[in-house]
Design a binder for this molecule. Structure first.
Ligand code: IPD
Length: 281
């Protein structure tokens, strides 16, 4: 069933977020199984991308191909933005769906056999993510959300943390691959660490956002995320009640993503702004 979306000059029919979520869950489960099977067979070819530490495995590419082929077959009018392929398909109508895919978020963990990686897929309509799923193939954990429909894991509706004292907050973060950026990120973490309960760096941004959604982390922040890292997880966190923002009034994006409960968002934002966490290279 399609819905109506107001656009300049009238209304257009848009896909139902629940239907998009059903498509996303189905393909992500199959992609996660492929990623798990390929990992069990051993890591083959490994190449590097932006820096020598930014790796891509044959599995990243195989999983991405698997998802793109499925989406192009089942939803030929949709576009797909994938981490390894870039964008395929045209966004002809304002109501067009764009899928945003990270075939393996946490590739370094995948490479090392650490069970903290995910297949992440979001569906965006008119620039807004309306459905998303993040699945950890190693554990089977799966988080889903639809715009306005809440965030869910294993049939349980998720609500983010209600912590009010920043000093008691467990805060997740991540680092980019560029050494100069990492040096700045390290200064931010070093200054923040004495002001919070502790810091966690698990290595898969999509999962960090979902952990924030369920309160396993109180908050999460990172500079330099790509759309595929945060599309699905950002919706899961928002739908669980977290505020997902940039810094200093900017929207969340590559510049910065802060996901935090309303109870500590302003406090953490103030610290991060003071530390110029969105600054540096
Ligand atoms: C990376 C992970 C990591 C985050 C990096 C991302 P990738 O994604 O999400 O946790 O800190 O910024 O690039 O490269 O494993 O898909």
């Amino acid at each position: 069933m399609n819905r109506e979306l107001a656009v300049l000059g009238g209304w257009v029919s848009v896909a139902d977020p629940n239907e998009l979520l059903a498509v996303a869950v189905s393909i992500v489960r199959s992609a996660a199984e492929l990623a798990r099977t390929l990992r069990a067979q051993g890591i083959g070819e490994v190449s590097t991308k932006s820096t020598p530490t930014d790796v891509v495995t044959a599995a990243d590419r195989a999983v991405e191909r698997h998802v793109i082929e499925f989406l192009h077959e089942t939803r030929p009018d949709d576009a797909v933005l994938g981490e390894e392929t870039g964008q395929t398909g045209e966004m002809v109508a304002p109501s067009a769906v764009r899928w945003i895919l990270d075939p393996i978020d946490g590739t370094v963990n995948y490479l090392y056999g650490l069970p903290q990686y995910a297949v992440s897929l979001g569906a965006e309509v008119g620039g807004q993510v309306v459905a998303g799923v993040v699945r950890n193939p190693a554990t089977g954990d799966e988080w889903t959300a639809t715009l306005g429909g809440g965030a869910w894991r294993a049939g349980r509706r998720l609500a983010c943390s209600t912590v009010t004292d920043l000093g008691q907050a467990l805060v997740g973060t991540g680092f980019g691959y560029d050494p100069a950026r990492r040096a700045h990120q390290a200064t931010v973490v070093a200054a923040l660490l004495p002001r919070v309960r502790d810091i966690r760096r698990f290595g898969a941004a999509s999962i960090d956002l979902c952990l924030t959604a369920e309160g396993s982390l109180d908050a999460y922040f990172e500079k330099g995320l790509n759309p595929w890292d945060s599309a699905a997880g950002g919706l899961v966190a928002t739908e669980a009640g977290a505020l997902v923002t940039g810094l200093n009034g900017a929207p969340p994006g590559p510049g910065f993503v802060l996901a935090a409960p309303p109870t500590i968002h302003d406090l953490l934002h103030a610290e991060l702004a003071e530390l110029d966490a969105a600054g540096g290279p």
